[in-house]
Ligand binder design. Structure first.
Ligand SMILES: [Fe+2]
Ligand SMILES: [Fe+2]
Length: 143
């Protein structure tokens, strides 16, 4: 079951929304390949690509948190680190002892991994940004 983009997840920042959609598409692709019995090396490579995309995305969010002096930045950054850590464990476990049959749970886990973060920590940050004038901050980050 693929994750479908929900309008209520819209963050209000074009780059963050585009990256969230890209991350969801990558997770969906991994889930489809798991359903089609893809081998562990292929899945591990895709999870590692997902990891690189997530790292870039989290760095942008964290730069934006620093630039706006976001009060919950430490907790949000901790959540990012936990997400990266668990995805790294999945990528490496796919290359070691796990049976492919266990990969089905990995697809579901990654779906929850991403959606829960978008709905919780990212939504809180989005609400914070909506309450401040960050036009200048964004312009400076893009300069
Ligand atoms: Fe995010
Ligand atoms: Fe985040």
């Amino acid at each position: 079951m693929a994750v479908e983009w929900q309008e209520e997840w819209a963050f209000g920042d074009d780059r963050i929304d585009a990256e969230h959609i890209s991350l969801i598409m990558q997770v969906n692709r991994i889930a489809v390949l798991i359903d089609h019995g893809a081998d562990k090396a292929t899945l591990s490579a895709l999870v590692q690509t997902l990891l690189r995309s997530a790292e870039d995305h989290f760095t942008y969010e964290e730069d934006l948190m620093a630039a706006t002096d976001y009060h919950d930045a430490a907790d949000h950054c901790d959540a990012h680190q936990r997400l990266l850590c668990s995805a790294r464990l999945i990528a490496s476990s796919l290359l070691t002892n796990h049976e492919v049959t266990e990969a089905d749970n990995i697809g579901k886990y990654l779906e929850g991994w991403l959606v829960m973060h978008i709905e919780k920590e990212d939504a809180l940050f989005s609400t914070f940004l909506a309450g401040i004038d960050n036009t200048e901050v964004i312009e400076n980050m893009l300069a």
